[in-house]
Write a protein that binds this ligand. Structure first.
Ligand SMILES: Nc1nc2c(ncn2[C@@H]2O[C@H](COP(=O)(O)OP(=O)(O)OP(=O)(O)O)[C@@H](O)[C@H]2O)c(=O)[nH]1
Ligand SMILES: [Mg+2]
Length: 342
């Protein structure tokens, strides 16, 4: 190990290291980006021009459906196919798995020691809206580092599953049998973002019901164009129906048993088929535009947040809140006054 501490490393060295595939410098760069240290922005700008080669795969679904296990075996499949893989696991520190990075480390242990794989777990705890930007930043670093495939795991609660579709080229939504009411478990909104539906834990009771429920919903929703919510708007991410030059993408329901690897190679091939379809149909360009727009928006939002916090009075908003409570001020003009300081 280099005697130079992480903090002291010049950012130019980090950029060079990432581009040259140096794992230690890659890990340091990601830490610096994650912690939003001062030179993070300049590092990311320098790396950005080297991105755009990786295929980004989003994996989302309810807690405990087996996403991390599935990501691990998928990554192994990609390695056998001769491709390098970066993994970003957004750990919800969920009560279901006892939380935490430790859980994912144990689960993804099978990937350790392979120079063609790089796994990074990130905790969501304490992140205030900045998570999506940080995730995107880490993906940028891994893309610049030359990984062929980047898999991003997020837990499908709230905004996360919708966000991931704006970050990924191919989005997998993972379900599992026996999550209670089948139709309830299949949350509204996933048909807008799923390119591939996965029923993992196909060895568990209740498989048929889950499959039926999914197929039924696919029939209702149809295999029509998919949409992604972006800035409160639904954006179409697929060729229009009257475009007869290209076939529409057919969302399929795939079954896997991640713990033993059943169905995982078929799933990997389906992901690759989706990538081929994106490229052949011209949809890749549409998704890239969406990704870039989303990235830009996240950066602006995070920077505005940072500036607002930096210009806050020392006691935060206490005085303002007091004054508003006494009706000496109102929240509207107080907010304007605060923003005027930014
Ligand atoms: N029976 C069975 N168990 C599985 C399968 N896949 C994963 N599991 C188990 O399900 C549990 C949860 O797996 P994880 O991979 O941590 O699930 P996750 O979706 O990543 O969980 P969170 O990140 O907490 O949302 C673990 O005990 C796994 O061993 C499967 O195909 N069949
Ligand atoms: Mg997980």
């Amino acid at each position: 190990m280099s005697p130079v501490s992480s903090r002291a490393q010049p950012s130019a060295d980090l950029v060079q290291g990432v581009l040259a595939g140096n794992r230690l410098l890659l890990a340091r760069t990601i830490s610096r980006v994650e912690n939003q240290e001062q030179d993070a922005q300049s590092i990311l700008s320098a790396l950005y021009t080297h991105t755009g080669r990786a295929h980004i795969i989003g994996v989302t679904g309810a807690p405990g459906t087996g996403k991390s296990t599935l990501v691990t075996v998928l990554a192994q499949g990609y390695r056998r196919a001769g491709q390098s893989v970066g993994v970003v696991a957004i750990d919800p520190t969920s009560p279901f798995t006892g939380g935490a990075l430790l859980g994912d480390r144990v689960r993804m242990r099978a990937l350790a020691g392979d120079p063609g794989v790089f796994v990074r777990s990130m905790a969501t705890r304490g992140s205030l809206g900045g998570l999506s930007k940080t995730t995107g930043d880490v993906v940028t670093v891994l893309d610049a580092a030359g990984f062929d495939r980047i898999i991003v795991e997020t837990v499908g609660v709230g905004q996360a599953e919708v966000e991931i579709a704006s970050t990924a080229h191919t989005t997998l939504v993972v379900e599992a049998p026996g999550l209670g009411d089948d139709v309830q478990a299949i949350k509204a909104g996933i048909f807008e973002i799923a390119d591939i539906l996965v029923v993992n834990k196909a060895d568990r009771p209740g498989l048929d019901r889950t499959l039926q429920a999914l197929e039924m919903m696919l029939d209702i929703e149809g295999n029509g164009p998919r949409y992604v919510r972006h800035h409160g708007q639904l954006l179409r991410v697929e060729a229009p129906p009257d475009d007869d030059e290209h076939e529409r993408w057919q969302v399929r329901v795939m079954q896997t048993v991640a713990t033993v690897g059943t169905g995982v190679e078929e799933l990997r091939q389906q992901i690759e088929a989706h990538r081929t379809w994106l490229l052949d149909s011209g949809e890749m360009a549409v998704r890239e535009q969406l990704r870039v727009a989303n990235t830009l928006e996240n950066i602006i939002r995070a920077e505005l947040n940072r500036r607002i916090l930096a210009s806050m009075p020392a006691n935060g908003m206490d005085d303002m809140v007091e004054a508003i409570c006494r009706r000496q001020s109102d929240p509207y003009s107080a907010a304007q006054a605060l923003l005027a300081r930014v």
